[in-house]
Design a protein around this ligand. Structure first.
Ligand code: NAP
Length: 339
C-alpha cells in the first residue's frame, strides 16, 4: 500500500521540511525519490533514517510517479510540472508559477479542500506563506459573517527567502552582536540583522511588492470571492523562522470578540492564545509547529464591523511543506490519487 512519490527541490529549505513532514505524518509511501538541480546530483539526503541519493530533475524521473511535491523556483516549475502531469502524476507545487492559473486550484485544506477535484492541468498550487495562515485564521470568522476587507501588515522571517536567506542572515548575526562589520547581504536586499526591510521582494509596477500582490490575489482566490478588499504591507524582520501578521478585518455585520474567540477556539489548525491568561502568539511558539496561532483579538475602536488580530505561523511548515503534504493526503483521501 502507499503511493509513488517524488520530492522535487529536495535540497531546499521547503524540500528539507517536506522530507521531515512526510515522516512525521506517516504519509503512505510505496516508493520515494528526491530530485534537484545538477549541482546537487549525488548528494545524500536523509529520509526516515535512511540515506537517499539526490537525482537530477529531468523528464524521465517522473515515470511511475503518482504524487510530485515540488518546491523549486517558479521558472523550474513552469517547465517541469506540466511534464510530470503529462507522465500521469499530480503535482502539488509550492512555487508561485501556477497559483493564479484558473485550471490549477489554490488549496488550503482547512478552507477549500474540495477544490482539489478541479486540478484540470494535474497541478495543485500551494498558496504563499502569508496567504495560508491568513486564510486559516480568517475562515472561521468568514463563516460567521462575510469578510469585506482585510488590511494586513506582515513581519516575515528570513527563511521565507529559502536556504540562501537563512545562510545570509546567520552570517550577519554574530558580527552584528559583537559590533563588528556585518558582511554585505547575499540573499536579502539589505542587512537584516538589527533591521527591517520592506523592499525585500521585487517591486511591481503598481508600487506594491510581488509578495504584497500575491497576498491580495491569492487570498481572493482561496476564499473564492474576488470582491474581498485586501490592503497589504509586507516586511522582512530579523527572525529565522515563522511569519507574523497584524490583521484588521471588516465583516458584513459586526462580530463580537467573544463570538470570534469561540469560533477560533474550535477551528481546525488554529490555536487561540488568550492575552488575559498572559498568552500571545510569537514566532518562537510557531517555529516547528503546524498550528496557526491567533491572539490579541480586539474590536477596532474606529469601526464596529472590524476586528484586529495577531497571527503567527511557521512559514516552512504550514506556510509551505505541511500544507503541501496535507493536500497530498487529501488527494488520496478523496480518491483522486489511488493509494
Ligand atoms: N521558504 C519559504 O518559506 C517558502 C514558503 C512558501 C513557498 N515557497 C516557495 O517554494 C519554492 C522553494 O523555496 P525554498 O525556500 O525551499 O527555496 P530554496 O531553499 O532556494 O530551494 C530551492 C530548491 O529548488 C531546487 N532547484 C533550483 N533550481 C533548480 C533547477 N534548475 N532544477 C532542479 N531543481 C532546482 C534547488 O536545488 P539545488 O539545491 O540543487 O539548487 C533546491 O532544492 C519557491 O518557489 C518558493 O517561492 C517558499
Amino acid at each position: 500500500m502507499g503511493v509513488h512519490v517524488a520530492v522535487v527541490g529536495a535540497t531546499g529549505a521547503v524540500g528539507d521540511m517536506i522530507r521531515r513532514v512526510l515522516v512525521e505524518r506517516e504519509f503512505p509511501i510505496r516508493s520515494i525519490k528526491f530530485l534537484a538541480s545538477e549541482k546537487s546530483v549525488g548528494k545524500r539526503v536523509e529520509f526516515a533514517g535512511k540515506p537517499y541519493t539526490v537525482e537530477l530533475l529531468r523528464p524521465e524521473a517522473f515515470a511511475g510517479v503518482q504524487i510530485v511535491l515540488s518546491s523549486t523556483p517558479g521558472s523550474v516549475s513552469k517547465e517541469f510540472s506540466p511534464i510530470a502531469a503529462k507522465a500521469g502524476a499530480i503535482v502539488v507545487d509550492n512555487s508561485s508559477a501556477w497559483r493564479m492559473d484558473p485550471d490549477c486550484p489554490l488549496v488550503v485544506p482547512e478552507v477549500n479542500g474540495a477544490e482539489l477535484h478541479h486540478a484540470r492541468k494535474g497541478i495543485v498550487a500551494n498558496p504563499n506563506c502569508v496567504a495560508i495562515p491568513l486564510a486559516v485564521a480568517l475562515k472561521p470568522l468568514h463563516d460567521i459573517s462575510r469578510i469585506q476587507r482585510i488590511v494586513v501588515s506582515t513581519y516575515q522571517s528570513s527563511s521565507g527567502k529559502g536556504a540562501t536567506g537563512l545562510t545570509d542572515f546567520d552570517a550577519q548575526l554574530k558580527p552584528y552582536a559583537l559590533g563588528q562589520p556585518v558582511p554585505a547581504p547575499t540573499a536579502h536586499k539589505s542587512q537584516l540583522a538589527g533591521n527591517v526591510i520592506t523592499l525585500d521582494w521585487t517591486l511591481d509596477p503598481n508600487g506594491y511588492t510581488e509578495e504584497e500582490n500575491k497576498v491580495v490575489h491569492e487570498t481572493r482566490k482561496i476564499f473564492g470571492d474576488a470582491t474581498i478588499g485586501v490592503s497589504p504591507t509586507c516586511v522582512r524582520v530579523p527572525v529565522r523562522i515563522a511569519h507574523s501578521l497584524a490583521i484588521n478585518v471588516e465583516f458584513a455585520r459586526p462580530i463580537s470578540v467573544e463570538e470570534a474567540k469561540a469560533a477560533l477556539a474550535n477551528a481546525p489548525g488554529v490555536a487561540l492564545m488568550d492575552e488575559f491568561q498572559g498568552q500571545f502568539p510569537q514566532p518562537i511558539h510557531a517555529e516547528g509547529s503546524d498550528t496557526t496561532f491567533v491572539g490579541r483579538v480586539r474590536l477596532d475602536p474606529s469601526n464596529p464591523k472590524c476586528l484586529n488580530l495577531w497571527v503567527v505561523s511557521d512559514n516552512l511548515r504550514k506556510g509551505a511543506a505541511t500544507n503541501a503534504v496535507q493536500c497530498a493526503e487529501e488527494l488520496i483521501r478523496r480518491g483522486i490519487v489511488k493509494g
